[in-house]
Design a protein around this ligand. Structure first.
Ligand code: DAH
Length: 344
């Protein structure tokens, strides 16, 4: 019996020594040390032995059992460490690796400016004209005639305006002022709207000019509207848009659809009025055209100029964005160079 036990000890020790995994060790434990294991089946036969033999063989069986338990726990610890290290190695994360680059979309700077300006005027009670009152493909009738342009006005020249082949007199609008007409034809006073959109001019492209650009038109028609209202609204706009009470200048000008007309200058953002290249040494930057809506325009849309008066203004979105961020080339807005766009 003792030989059997020695054999078990030897086999089990070998098995333990050669075990490759903790799982395998569990199986070895089952095979030799469990209730139905080999060691126990020997212990069961002890009853057939003499008392003396029972004692020595029994003690030896316990000894074998203890030795195997010890070997198992040592091996188990060893294998556990190996398995853990292997797992750690496999699941290792290199925190010094650069992370995935996920480019984030941005709103185009021109759209940002439009949104900002629209919000400022909404704050003063203006609403945005309906898209159907602001088409980009227009007729000469709305773009010029209804706005009191004389028949032979130079702006109507093919040199300045894009004509289409669709139909005679169908053009790409050269300004957003046509939406004034469309709005007044569909809405009775009081009218208080702004109209952002694209406009087109047949011009050679340069750092200052593109043949597609954006304007925001404003129109307010009501009883008792005066030039003081125009100044008040535009000064408030400039204060909010440029962020501080910047000196402004209303300079007499001419537009066919306003009388009197004024161009509005702000003190140069770049040099603070001393005179620099951006302001051509004048210390002032022209930012918009404006004026009191011409009596003929009101008549054209069937509004009685004896009862109602109004003012209108139009500004260039590219120009306002360029001034705010000191951008020196209008073409940057249209090239879609990500290095430029990312900065806004
Ligand atoms: N339409 C003019 C332009 O494109 C800008 C303008 C001037 C609009 C005076 C107006 C205005 O509404 O009253 O240059």
């Amino acid at each position: 019996m003792k030989e059997k036990l020695e054999l078990i000890l030897k086999n089990a020790s070998d098995d333990i020594k050669n075990a490759k995994s903790v799982l395998e060790l569990d199986e070895i434990r089952l095979k030799y040390l469990s209730r139905k294991g080999e060691l126990n089946s020997i212990k069961k036969n002890l009853k057939d032995l003499t008392d003396e033999e029972k004692r020595t063989v029994g003690a030896f069986a316990n000894n074998v059992s203890n030795q195997l338990e010890l070997l198992l726990s040592e091996k188990s610890e060893e294998l556990y460490k190996i398995e853990l290290n292997k797992k750690l190695e496999e699941e290792r994360i290199d925190i010094t690796l650069p992370s995935d680059f996920r480019p984030q979309g941005k709103i185009h700077p021109l759209t940002q400016t439009v949104n900002e300006i629209v919000e400022i005027f909404q704050g003063m009670g203006f609403s945005v004209v309906k898209p159907e009152n602001s088409p980009e493909v227009e007729t000469e009738y709305y773009n010029f005639d209804m706005l009191n342009f004389p028949k032979e006005h130079p702006a109507k020249d093919m040199q300045d305006t894009f004509y289409t082949k669709t139909a005679p007199n169908v053009i790409l609008r050269s300004h957003t002022s046509c939406s004034q007409i469309r709005q007044m034809l569909t809405q009775n006073p009081p009218v208080r709207v702004i109209s952002p959109g694209r406009v087109y001019r047949c011009e050679s492209v340069s750092a200052r000019k593109n043949n597609l650009f954006h304007q925001i038109e404003g129109l307010l028609v009501d009883k008792d509207i005066t030039f003081a209202d125009l100044k008040g609204v535009l000064n408030e706009f400039i204060r909010i848009y440029f962020g501080s009470a910047r000196p402004t200048r209303f300079r007499a000008s001419y537009f066919p659809f306003t009388e009197p007309s004024a161009e509005v200058d702000v003190q140069c953002i770049i040099c603070g009025g001393k005179g620099c290249r951006t302001c051509s040494g004048t210390g002032w930057l022209e930012i918009l055209g404006s004026g009191m809506v011409h009596v003929n325009v009101l008549k054209n849309v069937g509004i009685d100029p004896e009862i109602y008066t109004g003012f209108a203004f139009g500004m260039g979105v590219e120009r306002l964005t360029m001034l705010k961020y000191a951008i020196n080339d209008i073409r940057l807005f249209f090239n879609n160079d990500i290095r430029f766009l990312r900065q806004f």
